[in-house]
Design a protein around this ligand. Structure first.
Ligand code: CP
Length: 303
């Protein structure tokens, strides 16, 4: 397929294939092997919202494969500040680059861009919509750490309303038959449209406000940040921030691993970082081989 906009555009087999290619890419991602498979290719990066991991892991992936990148990391250094619209910017970059990665605060922005340009478009996060490449690296992390992406119980906790990472991930986990628990304050519940879609897939989904209800059966505790920037009313954010804290007292005696798309604020205690529970830094690294796989597949350059 030409674009990566939503995880729902993929089948389970498509995802498994990408994860297999990513595994083959890992020695190059770790700089243990060299590759020039994307030599001469240019990736256009349109980041209208802040990013550390997604932007820099795409950049690393491109460079590890011998390609290069152009673009901007903040809209205020592009001609958007002069009033240029998204379609015009995207069309211009598509003439300079072989593929486009876009992060934007507007849900649907990546789909909009894919409709106006001819080069492949990758959604690096569209508002509270989707973050499909994060989901691919999340699944890759489960495969690498636990040896499987099936027969798991995954608990998603935190901002399930605005969290694009959990929106994408929940759909993907359902494809793998994974039962899920959604843990959030009532104000930040998973959108009921998603819960409804999942109810038709045959997986078990439960909603609760308390992590204690589900921790004992959890294989993967997927923690998310309460996102201040998505709240229309700052008062509402103040009331909910700090709702959850994952620490060793909670984890002790469980088999759960802790994942997080990052950045974290205070939802995971630093004492978890260097334990067998905490896998979020490893997870962030896996963004490189997974994005290498995505880029080489989209540009039709597999060695
Ligand atoms: N996981 C993730 O999207 O992180 P960044 O916002 O740093 O890209």
């Amino acid at each position: 397929q030409k674009d990566i906009i939503s995880i729902r555009d993929f089948s389970k087999e498509d995802i498994e294939y990408i994860l297999d290619v990513a595994e083959k890419m890992e020695p190059v991602a770790r700089s243990k092997k060299r590759s020039n498979v994307l030599s001469g290719n240019i990736l256009g990066m349109l980041f209208y919202e802040p990013s550390t991991r997604t932007r820099l892991s795409f950049e690393t992936a491109m460079k590890r494969l011998g390609g290069s990148t152009i673009g901007f990391a903040e809209a205020n250094v592009s001609s958007a500040t002069k009033g240029e619209n998204l379609a015009d910017t995207a069309k211009i970059i598509s003439e300079y680059a072989d593929a486009i990665v876009i992060r934007h605060n507007m849900e649907g922005a990546a789909r909009f861009v894919a409709d106006v340009v001819d080069v492949p478009v990758i959604n690096a996060g569209d508002g509270a919509g989707q973050h499909p490449t994060q989901t691919l690296l999340d699944l890759y992390t489960m495969k690498r750490v636990l040896g499987r992406t099936e027969n798991l119980h995954v608990s998603l906790i935190g901002d399930l309303k605005y969290g694009r990472t959990v929106h994408s991930l929940a759909y993907a986990l359902a494809m793998f038959g994974v039962d899920m628990s959604f843990v959030s304050p009532t104000e930040l519940r998973m959108p009921q449209s998603i819960v409804h879609d999942l109810s038709k897939t045959g997986v078990s989904v439960e909603e609760t406000e308390s992590i204690h209800d589900v921790i004992d059966k959890t294989d993967v505790l997927y923690v998310t940040r309460i996102q201040k920037e998505r709240f229309p009313d700052p008062e509402e954010y103040s009331k909910i921030k700090g709702a959850y804290m994952i620490d060793l007292k909670l984890l002790k005696g469980t088999n759960a691993i802790v994942m997080h798309p990052l950045p974290r604020i205070s939802e995971i205690a630093p004492e978890v970082d260097n334990t067998a529970y905490g896998r979020y830094f490893e997870q962030a690294f896996y963004g490189v081989p997974v994005r290498m796989a995505i880029l080489s597949l989209l540009m039709d350059k597999i060695e």
